[in-house]
Design a protein around this ligand. Sequence first.
Ligand SMILES: C[S@@+](CC[C@H](N)C(=O)[O-])C[C@H]1O[C@@H](n2cnc3c(N)ncnc32)[C@H](O)[C@@H]1O
Length: 411
Amino acid sequence: MIFPTAKAINTTQLEAFLHLIGERIGLKFLSGDSKRVVDALNRRMGEFSFSNPEEYFQLLSAADAVSGLEWEQLAIHLINGETYFFRDQGQFFLLETRILPELIQNRVLERKLRIWSAGCATGEEPYSIAILIDKLLPGQKDWDIRIQGTDLNGDFLVKAEKGIYGQNSFRGTDPAIKDRYFKSIRKETWALRDPVRKMVTFQCLNLRNKNWDALSGTQFDLILCRNVFIYFNPKASALTANQFSGFLREDGYLVTGHGELDKRKLKNLHSVLYPESVVYKPGEQKITQTSSAKPDFNSEMIAPEPPKPAPNPISLIHNSSHRESRPAGVFNPVVRPNRRTTSAPGEQEERPDTTTEPDSSTLLKRASLLANRGAYDEARKVCSQALKNDPLAFDFYYLLAQIAREIGDVD
Ligand SMILES: C[S@@+](CC[C@H](N)C(=O)[O-])C[C@H]1O[C@@H](n2cnc3c(N)ncnc32)[C@H](O)[C@@H]1O
């Protein structure tokens, strides 16, 4: 449902919003996206009962915690989560026949693989990787394999965790894979079978934050970030790609959507050209042209070759199970929908809004919004500020009592 605002957004205002969105969270839009942007802005304005787009613009322009939270919500509404299993058959062929077998071979002594699907939406992408790994290493017996899916949108992650999908998610799936890895649970609905479902854990993470604390300390063998950079402007996508390089092992791979990093200034990442796709590896640019085709000026080109057979699974198996020895921490299945940060995408710290002195009703809206999103400390601070201005503003006492009950602090 679209919440209409009293005043429609005019063209000048839309341009101002688009500029602000690009500046603050690095999202870019094409002219055909206007309706989607206006719908998203209307939904969010409806949430605040704003009667004038300027009020919402002011909220977004502020540099406080409410603005930070609101940017995340707006971003969720602006970006779609279109995805399906084995989306882009060429890239999955490359992963199955070349990249994953190579990584498995390189890790044959360690028996450990770390994979990250960044911007995984409802989970089809990381689960597709889990299926490929199960095909290459049946049962993955003594391997410690962790596949991490992350997304900005907590609602998508809740769905991803369940592993239940409708027909639309199987657009690119071989029916034999569907039969083997999914069970039909009702009409047109399938649930992913457990061994593969449990290979993947999910976590909320905004790629535009400067720190990815939740993943710090992990070095990945493979990072997939596909069909996500399309929403970022060139500067934001280069920054994010360069950030990925710090999370890759020396011989690891970054796989993006086609052309998503073309002409970006990449530091410590170089492109490798396969017939199916360009992929990226850490390290300086190399030129090892092996084909008469005109090379990308700083790409390594890999000539097509027949698919390598997967490493013999029998030779890769010994006794213990990896699941029990999994350490606590990064890969615990934490899903924190929409309630874990007070920073705007791309920002690190909350800064006080010193531009205006908000009135009591604005403060109450802010405090309620923060409390609704679980940012209880911030909500309490706003209540205290309001009560300093007006000690008889009972609404804030009521809200403080509600927060205390919510967090079990009833003294
Ligand atoms: C079109 S889907 C792509 C899903 C999957 N990677 C694929 O290719 O099928 C884009 C996803 O990126 C997520 N996303 C966009 N911006 C993000 C950000 N700043 N941080 C984390 N996820 C983001 C969206 O929430 C959405 O789920």
